[in-house]
Ligand binder design. Sequence first.
Ligand code: IPM
Ligand code: SF4
Length: 472
Amino acid sequence: MGKSLYEKVWEAHQVGTLADGRTQLFIGTHLIHEVTSPQAFGMLRDLGLTVKYPQRTFATIDHIVPTINQDAPADPLAAEMMQALRQNADDFGVTYFDLASGKQGIVHVVGPEQGITQPGTTIACGDSHTATHGAFGAIAFGIGTTQVRDVLATQTMAMEPLKVRRIEVNGELRPGVYAKDVTLHIIRKLGAKGGIGFAYEYAGEVFDRMTMEERMTVCNMAIEGGARCGYVNPDEKTCEYLKGRPYVDMSNWEATVARWLSFASDADAHYDDVVVIDAAEIEPTVTWGISPDHGIAVSESIPDPSSATTADEKATIEEALAYMKLPAGTPIKGVKIDVAFIGSCTNGRLSDFREAAKFLKGRKVAEGVQAIAVPGSQIVAIQCEQEGIDKVFEEAGFEWRGAGCSMCLAMNPDKLVGDQICASSSNRNFKGRQGSPTGRTILMSPVMVAAAAVNGAVADAREVFEIATAAA
Ligand SMILES: CC(C)[C@H](C(=O)O)[C@@H](O)C(=O)O
Ligand code: SF4
């Protein structure tokens, strides 16, 4: 019987079995940011410990950093957190991609961009969207602050092994359907808790064809489907993306490629579960509620509690609709928006801005809508600016900001106000997620956010494109 990538990587990193039965797992790469690392460093200081492998630890600043006047946050607490990360990186000898480095950005954008994220490795980060790095065939876990301490001090952590579910998406995606729709569709189908106890292996023709950035978008949201991690097997595209990046050792490239590819799941690997999805059934998908599994096709209507099949489902729909203040049974298309946000570790990369710019060229953001575009990293910002994408956004009426998490979680000045509705390319639509306790989030792909911004309401980007083509 062959092995899955998950099994191969796990076995290669297993240091031993702990008394409680858990595995002590070696962590090849540790990524840190300003929110979940200060206490961990504090604990190291208290215990008189050092960072075990500082060369395996990389820091960046993303959550609290403002997207305007980035190095001068008005909030003294933010300034203090920024300073603390600088101090910790200096004191413990950790590489820090700070604002002055030109490499700063959201941790899950920076890792791949620098070539730190590599196939066959284990990666940990005190952040739930660490699964993003699985796009490269890494086993990447989001961890809590205590585990951040453990990894800093020992480069290992204790973990229970996972089951593996292979999710195959075969066939052709329809025009206007993006990686974000694929991931929202999977979560809709399997539920926000469906992946508990699993690693998700994303496979099949659709993933084979996807670019690395698209694979990252899908893996990023594995956690929103309950999975502990998600990955795509490494292939030529993975290697091509990484070739020549700053942290990739190019001294014996052929051997590196052979080693990376050897981690891919064997054809006869065992899976605990297999789900097969037909790509043609996936439509541009948007959320209507307060959990990422509250997704519907943009052509569908907001669920009606009376259509629920269980009492639990009924209560969930009622709670979501009460919070969202949306009428049951009416089309989601046409729901007015106040804010449009393109960015985040899900959809804040070059290809996301390129696609949205294609849509925005020659169009204007609807009156009364605040639209902001936030590159996932300083490098993404420069790439976009070199292509004139920033200008397309600005001419359309978007604000073009500096890199960071921005309004995805609003731990910075970018926040919704009151019960504003935001069309957002991010990954979570939880209550209060975007900075206002009554703020409302509708998740969708960047192109759909652009369409909503122009329309002033949720729109089907495909129709708006067609209307434009017909009029031309
Ligand atoms: C602040 C951080 C710990 C958090 C996470 O773990 O994911 C954030 O990135 C998020 O997206 O909610
Ligand atoms: S962009 Fe959003 S989801 Fe990603 S790390 Fe930042 S806050 Fe978390």
